[in-house]
Design a protein around this ligand. Sequence first.
Ligand code: HEM
Length: 464
Amino acid sequence: MTARGDPPPGPRSRWWGLPLLRAMFRDYLGFTANLQRLHGDVVAMRIGPERSWDLFHPDDVRTALVDHADHLVRWERGVEVFAQTFGQGLLVAEGEAWRRQRRMLAPGFMPRRVQGYAGLMVEAAREALEAALPPGLDDAVLPMEDLFNTLTMDVIMRTLFSNRAPDLAHAAAQATQVLSRAAMQEMFWPVSLPDGLPLPHKAAKRRALRVLNDLVGGQIDARRHLPAAEAPNDDLLAMLLSVRDDDGSGLGADELRDQCMVIFQAGHETSATALLWWSWLMAGHPEVSARAQREVDEQLAGRDPDAATASSLPYLQATLKEAMRLYPPVAGVMTRRVVRPFELAGRTLQARTLLRITPWVIQRDARWFPEPGRFRPERFLDETAAVPRSAWMPFGVGPRVCIGQHFAMLEMTLVAALLLQRCTLQCVPGEPDPRPRMYVTLRPDRPLQLRLRRRVTAPAVGDA
Ligand code: HEM
């Protein structure tokens, strides 16, 4: 029996917990998985003045993120680091400011609305694949990160701004990577060093921020100067310009810039990461890939995919879900701070405690996913399988669940369907397996190269 006041078990914190912090920085995922292995489903730690709990049981995750969402805020340090890029956008806002923004943006991300972007998504995917494997070339070894970063960036540019800005796209993709890496490093510093300091990584970060600000600011300015008759009225920017809260107010200039920045950043790097791991898993599992190809061939019969056919590809969608189970793009959701105490797992969780929730560990737990290390998409087709709610949580759970989840699932399904319809993915012999490394998203530790081979039976481009 545990008394309510007893802290949960956890590692001993000598030297103010600094060795724990160092171990966490070196290998965040391995360190966190070990906490569960050694101490159980609720683990307490002390690092410096901070007490934290790690939650590994899906029921406890729900108790915290769903039932007691209003007892939590995002960890101030995480907010501070992200706000340097995103301003006060949806991702970092709290309280009434967050509720207002979420209320205003949510209709624009409902499944029905998002389906309207299917055509643009397919166009972007078709062009990216044609550039990767131009006519006359039947196979090529490709840096997959470039392929998917460029593709998902193109999708977000078209859906957000109706404009591809191809001259800026490459620099913007690189800038996003620089900012992700900088953000992860800065999370482990207790305070932000001023960005003006003449340190090499600060200069890279300043340049990256300038690239993204110019891109997003330039697109908003260009739209404001367009005559109303020429301005697109069906993209996300048009939605952001027209949304009104219950009291009739719209988004201010800074709010508009911040939301565009969040949607631009959160909306492409995550999907690119998911597709990257998916492509590697598919290349390494030819039997899974062949089954998904059969489904695509049967359902599409040579046509391009669209919003309606995307929902008739359950096996393909299961391959994407299984890839995000094994390699969740957001491997650890943003740490939360408890602002009011509540009961959790038979104990009182005190105010000021930090909560860490790590889908990477929860989604590899054999209690919910037998043979957790195996890539087995069928597990998502078996509706009798007793997976607790929230054991699969790549988009988070509770009121702060990813607002772009329908957008992302549709985009990834369309890209994956088009890719498998036209090509087969293969591993390159001799290439070492990529290992996951946590930046803000879960990236491979080395550039991933795969062979893309044109299918003999693939429909000619434009066939209907
Ligand atoms: C595979 C793709 C994606 C994954 C895995 C993903 C994952 C997540 C996760 C886990 C969260 C919650 C984080 C937390 O609770 O701390 C989140 C929030 C968010 N995501 Fe996504 N996301 C994806 C795609 C997108 C897309 C395409 C967009 C926009 C077009 C988007 C926009 C956002 C925004 C704005 C939030 C903040 C929501 C809020 O706090 O109210 N995401 N995402």
